[in-house]
Design a protein around this ligand. Sequence first.
Ligand code: SF4
Length: 481
Amino acid sequence: MSATFVGMPAFPEAAREALADSQLRYNLAHATGTIRDKRAKVVAEVDDWEDLRVAGAAVKETALRDLERHLVRLEETLTANGATVHWARDAAEANAIVAAIAKDHAAEEVVKVKSMVTQEIGLNEALAEEGIAAWETDLAELIVQLGDDLPSHILVPAIHRNRAEIREIFMSKMAAAGRPAPDDLSDEPAVLAAAAREHLREKFLRAKVGVSGANFAVAESGTLVVVESEGNGRMCLTLPEVLVSVVGIEKVVSRWEELDPLLRLLPRSSTGERMNPYTSTWSGVTPGDGPQEVHVVLLDNGRTRALADEVGRQALRCIRCSACLNVCPVYERTGGHAYGSVYPGPIGAILNPLLKGVGHDDQVDSLPYASSLCGACFEVCPVRIDIPAVLVDQRAQVVDAHRNGVPKPEAAAMKGAAYVFGRSSRLAGLERLTGIGLGLARRVGIAAWTGARDLPDTPKESFRAWWRRTDGGRRKEHGDD
Ligand code: SF4
């Protein structure tokens, strides 16, 4: 089983460690640069890209405004199609539902199509505790799982690994998980993909239960949609007898036609392709074709909390394309693990605090600050999520959440500044002490501040002293003609 993010340090600490890893920085710069260029080229081909963004944002925003009605409709249509719908308030409820279904079928293993939401709830780990092995079938997810690693990118979870590292993982770990890697395995991408395919095939053919997420859910027809590149998703959705789909409640859209802008925006923004290779849709049970038992778990896990946040609710429009990660200067240098979540990068910096709430956990509270606010994430977001605006609002919420506790050094410094600036005589007194104060600060070390910033030298003379000496510049300076 892959590891979990539980207990990760706050972003500044994790980022410092990541920045010291030059191999990681090289891998990331290379991979994000390549995807960025591909995306820019295919987006430039679309004349009405901006109109498409507006349309995509409108579809998701409209769905969120009337979420309850769409979800009730989705339950009705799915049920009419022969699926069983479950509602889960949080991760524990969702995991218990999936484990119970697997146990009902005496399944000791399940195959999974890559799914952010099942990672969010820690499904693999929860199933492992029940004695059920969950096998990831997406290539990058398989690399992460075999390496007992953590995903670091929404689209390319193993982006922090290069091909030599992947070969090493396959050689050392595949045998313990099933079919071993061939002895002559090279680090050519096609050879590595072929080894993964062989390894996974026996699992696909054996598993009774498949587990998926969904990119979208259409309320009017009770249809779930998964888009993917490798075909492993289609195998998970069609081969097992039982299918369990765990779906965040924000994935619902009202009508089938509304998928049009979303399915055009997603592949260009994520993989830099005009169209993704596989789009699978399923609507309950069809006798003699595909899984004969279909369960859909509709998951909240903080989404209604996010929905109630007037500024932050737009984050629920996210279609998980990962474009914001690939342009983020902070993500490119620190990688995804530093964010301590399955949702890294700019979207993770707002989504995690929105889902979990601020003021309880230093790691979560550090995330809205993990940004330079350069705005590149908003520029590329296909559904026009104003991430910088949400970041600023989230920062204010973090500050507010700590107002009644022990003030942080920054808050204490701001209070002191307010006191000093409140009266000119106090400011004059401080000016006389500024040199001493900064000298002292250098000696005692205000490492949290100066670790990432320069502490400027103080001028030899304050502005007030200069004004007094020169009468505001009317008297000539010493040495002037
Ligand atoms: S926030 Fe926008 S750019 Fe980032 S992953 Fe979501 S949809 Fe893509």
